[in-house]
Design a protein around this ligand. Structure first.
Ligand SMILES: CC/C=C\CCC/C=C/C(=O)SCCNC(=O)CCNC(=O)[C@H](O)C(C)(C)COP(=O)(O)OP(=O)(O)OC[C@H]1O[C@@H](n2cnc3c(N)ncnc32)[C@H](O)[C@@H]1OP(=O)(O)O
Length: 241
């Protein structure tokens, strides 16, 4: 699955809906595995589209968040094998997508990956945190989340946020295929049940608290202070360009 929403693959409602549909198709056509990557040469995904959260239409922003939750359920909780070929920056929601896969290969270069929400004055939802603690040790996750740490490729490898480094996108995809090939001699059902048992607690936590999670998000986007911070953040991104 190749993310292709220039310039930075920010996750807006339309892209999330497309991803949700594609994940359904992959599950339905009984594909063995999926590799998630990006068509951009330098950004895997810039995370959630901040414009969806800035001065939002309430009905749309509710659909936006529930679709994000759905994409996470379908990706993190998939039966099929998932790997991410991370060929560029992967902040916040971009990192969430990568961590929701079972294996991550990142291309070397001046790229960064991590959950930087606290730097924006945002508290990452529990399921973002659960996805991180499913990937790296709890202590490292707490430190990274509270400090909004963006890891460079070497640091990400060292902490286990990524599994391998690749020279370029083709190499990243080849390495993801190498991971997928490891399951050739493992019975598929045993593999998928084991994966889902390992992920069950995090999935159940969001299933049980889904409405509450949505309400928290809706309160968040309606808070004037948050709107001010988002405005300043958008300006800083634009100034940079
Ligand atoms: C209760 C719980 C409540 C809330 C939970 C919310 C959780 C939030 C999760 C998120 O994912 S928030 C998004 C966080 N993402 C970021 O902070 C990334 C910001 N972007 C960047 O750092 C960089 O753009 C980059 C990804 C490193 C790429 O850099 P590059 O130099 O290649 O591009 P540039 O910065 O010039 O951007 C081009 C263009 O795209 C716009 N842009 C960038 N990121 C976003 C984004 N996330 N959403 C919307 N738009 C984005 C940027 O402003 C530029 O626009 P312009 O061309 O009009 O100037």
């Amino acid at each position: 699955m190749t993310l292709q929403r220039p310039p930075v693959n920010s996750l807006n409602l339309d892209l999330l809906k497309e991803m949700s549909k594609s994940l359904d198709e992959i599950a339905k056509n009984k594909s063995k595995a999926m590799i998630l990557t990006s068509a951009s040469p330098k950004v895997f995904s810039a995370g959630l589209d901040i414009m969806e959260m800035y001065k939002p239409d309430l009905k749309r922003v509710e659909e936006f968040w529930t679709t994000l939750q759905e994409v996470w359920f379908k990706l993190f909780g998939s039966n099929f094998i998932t790997a991410a070929a991370i060929n560029g920056h992967a902040p916040a929601g971009g990192c969430l997508l990568a961590m929701s896969c079972e294996y991550r290969v990142m291309t070397g270069g001046n790229f960064s990956i991590g959950l930087n929400e606290t730097a924006l004055g945002i508290v990452a939802p529990n399921w973002f945190m659960d996805t991180m603690t499913n990937t790296i040790p709890v202590r490292e996750a707490e430190y990274a989340l509270t400090t909004a740490r963006m890891f460079n490729v070497e640091e990400a490898l060292k902490v286990g946020l990524i599994d391998e480094v690749a020279t370029d996108k083709d190499d990243a995809i080849a390495k993801c295929k190498g991971f997928i090939g490891k399951f050739d001699r493992i019975p598929a059902l045993a593999r998928s049940i084991t994966k889902l048992k390992m992920r069950q607690a995090a999935i159940k936590r969001l299933q049980d608290g889904r409405r509450e999670d949505l309400n928290e998000f809706l309160q968040f986007v309606q808070n004037p202070k948050i709107q001010k911070s988002l405005e300043m953040y958008i300006q800083s991104l634009k100034k940079k360009a």
